[in-house]
Design a protein around this ligand. Structure first.
Ligand SMILES: O=c1[nH]c(=O)c2nc[nH]c2[nH]1
Ligand SMILES: [Zn+2]
Length: 448
């Protein structure tokens, strides 16, 4: 910054313009002509009104030439949080969508995942998925990798290099896999998980952390589930898995774990439900199971592409949104947001009692909700002071972009209109995301 007489030196950037985000109280808050300051550690130092410029500039020591002014068709929104994405499955995203879960895993998924033993292949796919998700506004991703420790470490390194906030899971599975070269014994799974955690933590990446990842109960013996529960507890780590996605899967779990009262109870018995747990899907959970989620503080990752079943007013637990690649065909959270809105409308047509999800609620799921589901809401999710500046600079009228603002009077549109056009009703996409910031650092456009 230019002014060397300012009283403090810890403000790195100040932005002025429209900011939209969710809060605990409101799924959508629009702050027009706001001023937001980012400190040298990438944290939000203040957010106030443009009219408070004098006071804010004196308190925080910046001067008007230091301010980056957004254009009329631009706004900042929080970076999106993808609470469930299989980085390895990005290699076949958009294909293989024709089978139910258990057959799909054996036919497509396990053979493809087995290829990540090859670090060259892993490097190529993981670089692509990190870049693609960042470009599409995913500033935080909770990744499944594969059973391969070194390739999973590579995913962590790539996320760190490109500046994405990420939880990375080496997948664990010690049974029920018919694919020859994609297996690990119980001992391998346990030992390699410990190595993965120690080596990833040892890198001291500021934004990338390990997450304990039993694939799902049908792939894991009770012994392995118990060991993973212990490991997560001893290291105070996040946990992720799948639950109750499909009726055949639920039946299989009941057969494999006859001593448990429910699918949720299996995970609970092995100490895998904690306030740092996120479980994908949860389509067939009973009220008792939902109560277990609430008691333990575990969260659900709502894979928006598949179905919209969650009653957001249910006091069940915290929910985040997910692209669910490659069960979901697109790595873009914006696509997931739109699919959720569409599916919800269809559900209401089928059942008028179904309350259609509002655009505002899905926006919150994709941002603040996701950060809460991952227990990262002290760091990201919205524009509260003290959180990291994880943000998307959106230009609704980006040159060469997909949107024609024909309904606007000249070039002046209400922010709400811009937001709906971008996120909800028309095809805004990554061409409109002109800059992406994670912890204050500009990570898109890419420098290399
Ligand atoms: O959508 C899914 N993708 C997977 O890879 C998987 N594994 C278990 N259950 C799963 N569900
Ligand atoms: Zn999944």
């Amino acid at each position: 910054m230019a002014n060397s007489n300012r009283p403090t030196t810890d403000i790195r950037h100040v932005y002025r313009g429209t900011f939209v985000h969710s809060t605990q109280q409101a799924p959508l808050q629009i702050l027009e002509d706001a001023l937001l300051g980012v400190d040298t550690e990438g944290k939000i130092a203040f957010i106030g009104k443009g009219a408070e410029l004098d006071r804010l500039s004196k308190t925080f020591g910046f001067s008007p030439p230091d301010i980056t002014q957004l254009e009329q068709h631009e706004f900042f929104m929080p970076g999106m949080v993808d609470t469930h994405i299989h980085a390895s499955q990005y290699s076949y995203a958009g294909t293989a969508l024709d089978m139910p879960l258990l057959q799909w895993l054996n036919t497509y998924t396990f053979p493809v995942e087995s290829r990540f033993k090859d670090l060259g292949f892993a490097h190529r796919v993981y670089t692509q998925v990190v870049k693609r998700t960042l470009r599409n506004g995913t500033t935080t991703a909770c990744y499944f990798a594969t059973i391969h420790t070194d390739a999973s470490l590579l995913l962590g390194q790539i996320a760190n290099d490109f500046g994405q906030r990420a939880l990375v899971g080496k997948v664990c599975m010690d049974r029920n896999n018919s694919v020859k070269h994609y297996k690990e014994t119980n001992q391998e799974s346990q030992e390699e998980t410990c190595r993965f955690i120690a080596e990833l933590l040892g890198k001291k990446y500021p934004l990338v952390k390990p997450v304990v990842t039993p694939r799902f109960a049908p792939s894991c013996t009770g012994v392995l589930l118990g060991q993973l529960g212990e490991i997560a507890k001893n290291n105070n780590l996040h946990i992720q898995s799948h639950i109750s996605e499909n009726a055949e899967e639920v039946k299989l779990v009941n057969e494999l774990f006859p001593e448990s009262e429910s699918y949720t109870d299996v995970y609970h018995k092995y100490n895998l439900l904690t306030d740092k747990t996120v479980m994908a899907h949860g389509c067939y959970l009973s009220d008792e199971e939902l109560a277990l989620f609430r008691e333990t503080g575990a969260s659900l990752s709502h894979c928006l592409c598949l179905h919209v079943w969650i009653d957001l007013t249910h006091p069940v637990c915290v929910c985040g949104a997910a692209s669910d690649v490659a069960g979901g065909y697109s790595a873009s959270m914006l696509d997931a947001v739109r699919r959720a809105l569409d599916s919800s409308k269809v559900l209401t047509i089928q059942d008028p009692e179904h309350e259609t999800l509002s655009f505002e609620e899905v926006f919150r799921l994709a941002t603040l909700g996701g950060s809460q589901a991952l227990s990262l809401d002290d760091q990201t999710g919205n524009f509260e002071v003290g959180k990291d500046f994880d943000a998307l600079r959106v230009n609704v009228a980006a040159p060469g972009g997909p949107i024609d603002l024909i309904q606007c009077d000249g070039l002046k549109c209400a922010t709400q209109h811009l937001l709906y056009v971008y996120l909800s009703s028309l095809a805004g996409d990554d061409r409109n995301i002109v800059e992406v910031f994670v912890a204050g650092r500009k990570v898109v456009p890419f420098t290399e």
